[in-house]
Design a protein around this ligand. Structure first.
Ligand SMILES: Cc1cc2nc3c(=O)[nH]c(=O)nc-3n(C[C@H](O)[C@H](O)[C@H](O)COP(=O)(O)O)c2cc1C
Length: 186
């Protein structure tokens, strides 16, 4: 198996991290891989916010915890009650990917960038977790101060984040692949 295929098949969502910071050179390579994802009409409608300030990630999680504690879904409420609730799973950093809200392909383009970065991270010996749940707090008026702190450019909205760091998780078996999802037309 070649290295690219091995990285794609080997990437897993990591939800427990060491506090060891990620090296700047690795962050730069990962960002470059994000910026080289395919995008509709090559518009590249993304913005990458690299957050190594753990206190800011904690603030985002604390706002989300407040929201999630009031969720209709019992499971979501139960998760928010955990004393160590953290949207970023204790990772030392995260890259938030925001999209240009006037570009229709931006959600897909940003998703492509996140996946490129997740695979790149895995190939560099890092763990990552694709995250959408951090957004709720940033979409409410109470969370506007967080958007300002993140310096999200005007006209862009945060779509996804990638938590990044060295894994401290011992992974179990991965879920079986869903059957019946491929059709060959010959
Ligand atoms: C669009 C999207 C949003 C996700 N949001 C979250 C999230 O908020 N929190 C989380 O822990 N995992 C999140 N995940 C990770 C998925 O739960 C994970 O990819 C899935 O369970 C499959 O596991 P794997 O990544 O190890 O293959 C998200 C994944 C995607 C693609």
């Amino acid at each position: 198996m070649n290295e690219t295929i091995a990285s794609i098949l080997g990437r897993r969502s990591i939800r427990s991290y060491k506090s060891t910071p990620v090296e700047k050179e690795k962050i730069e390579i990962i960002l470059k891989c994000g910026q080289h994802a395919p995008s509709g009409m090559d518009r590249q409608p993304w913005h990458f916010t690299v957050v190594t300030n753990r206190a800011l990630l904690d603030k985002i999680s604390a706002e989300n915890k407040k929201i999630q504690l009031k969720a209709d879904d019992e499971e979501l409420r139960r998760r928010a009650e955990a004393p160590d609730f953290d949207n970023f799973w204790g990772a030392p950093m995260a890259i938030i990917v925001s999209g240009d809200t006037n570009v229709s392909s931006a959600p897909a383009d940003c998703a492509n960038a996140v996946e490129n970065m997740a695979i790149a991270a895995h190939s560099l010996g890092l763990g990552s977790c694709y995250i959408a749940s951090f957004k709720a707090a940033l979409e409410r008026p109470e969370g506007e101060y967080l958007l300002r702190e993140l310096r999200i450019p005007k006209g862009y909205a945060p779509f996804y984040a990638l938590a990044l760091g060295y894994s401290s998780e011992s992974l179990g078996e991965r879920s079986p692949r869903k059957k019946g999802t491929i059709t060959f037309i010959e």
